[in-house]
Design a protein around this ligand. Structure first.
Ligand code: NAI
Ligand code: MG
Length: 331
């Protein structure tokens, strides 16, 4: 029996999280969910969107899965997601981007993985105003953080039979910070002679990903670029409702969908739960539950191939529940 911290989140979070729990439970894996709440909805009660007991619950169970969490802007709260990643030292943000047959998209055979540095860069959280005149946000790049994220990317490539790792940067402009990232990337690459490597400036990477996404395999990059590039990549395979994510550190792992709380469709039972369901597949693999993971993955393949009972973002008109039942049918 596993104990997993479940953070449903706000907006469509509770809807997609409930769908995910049903799907995971249908595989027969024995999980006890410890549900805790974070986000905009708990501020009145706790005075913060990320109460201490939420962090304690993740530390206790070591594994969590979460829906999107909203941090109100301009109220003085630090982003819940960024705080979780920094507090628990979840230094890897892993986002696999893979096409499903049957999902309408410009491309058919996308299979790439974004490895995003998750603890520093422009998301250091260090910022201040300069009177009324301006503001500064400090971008931090350190050698140990570059080393461990690049090592992770190459090890991931090795363990998952991937052929190439591309380092993405803007070292032509940010010569010191991104220069350190790029040099470290090249150093680490030289320790993995069996895996091809190249590097690319982030703006060119965006263009190339839109024109020739099949040329990429594993891509590793600093925090902000990873956030943006992974959303771009979600658009190559059917949108934000599709792609999963995992925040991984030495001691803890927090699995989550990449999308936000989608206030425009929240509470209507029409959100696509695929992203968090695919995150649960990553979680099951992390736990060593390969069979259960494969069951869910195969069911998704069949549902999309058949193309019935899809949610609105995928061109269908099914509710979240109808789509979820379709998956359960194949499990
Ligand atoms: P969003 O991802 O919530 O929505 C962007 C668009 O994609 C919307 O049109 C939405 O309806 C659609 N969409 C997203 N997920 C979908 C799904 N599963 N099924 C169907 N359609 C889906 O991004 P937005 O609007 O910029 O952000 C809303 C809130 O979410 C903000 O407060 C933001 O801070 C928060 N957020 C939280 C994240 C997290 O917890 N990991 C990540 C990104 C944003
Ligand atoms: Mg994002």
């Amino acid at each position: 029996m596993y104990k997993v911290t479940l953070i449903p989140g706000d907006g469509i979070g509770p809807e997609v999280a409930a769908a995910m729990v049903k799907v995971v439970e249908s595989t027969g894996v024995d999980i006890e969910w410890e549900k805790v709440d974070a986000g905009a909805g708990v501020i009145d009660e706790y005075g913060t969107p990320l109460p201490e007991h939420v962090i304690d619950a993740i530390k206790r169970n070591k594994i969590a899965i979460k829906g999107p969490v909203t941090t109100p802007v301009g109220k003085g709260f630090k982003s819940v997601n960024v705080t979780l990643r920094q507090t628990l030292d979840l230094y890897v943000n892993l986002r696999p981007v893979k096409s499903f047959k049957g999902i309408k998209s410009r491309y058919e055979d996308i299979d790439l993985v974004i490895v995003r540095e998750n603890t520093e860069g422009l998301y250091s959280g260090i910022e201040h105003k300069i009177g009324d005149y301006g503001a500064e946000t400090i971008k931090i790049i350190t050698k140990p953080a570059c080393e461990r994220i690049c090592e992770f990317a190459f090890n991931y490539a090795k363990d998952n039979n991937r052929k190439k790792v591309t380092g993405v940067h803007k070292a032509n402009i940010m010569k010191l910070s991104d220069g350190l990232f790029l040099n470290t990337f090249r150093d680490i690459a030289s320790k993995y002679p069996d895996i091809k490597s190249d590097d690319l400036i982030v703006d060119a990477a965006c263009m190339n990903l839109v024109i020739n996404p099949e040329k990429y395999d594993v891509m590793v990059m600093p925090n902000l670029y990873g956030d943006i590039v992974s959303d771009l990549c979600s658009g190559l395979v059917g949108g934000l409702g599709m792609i999963p994510g995992a925040n991984i550190g030495k001691d803890y792992a927090v699995f989550e969908a990449v999308h936000g709380s989608a206030p425009d469709i929240a509470g209507k039972n029409i959100a696509n739960p695929t992203a968090i369901i695919q995150s649960s597949v990553m979680m099951l693999r992390y736990l060593g539950e390969q069979e259960a993971a494969a069951k869910i993955e195969n069911a998704l393949v069949k549902v999309f191939e058949k193309g019935e009972n899809l949610t609105g973002d995928l061109g269908g008109n099914a509710t979240t529940d109808e789509f979820t039942n379709e998956i359960l049918k194949y499990i």
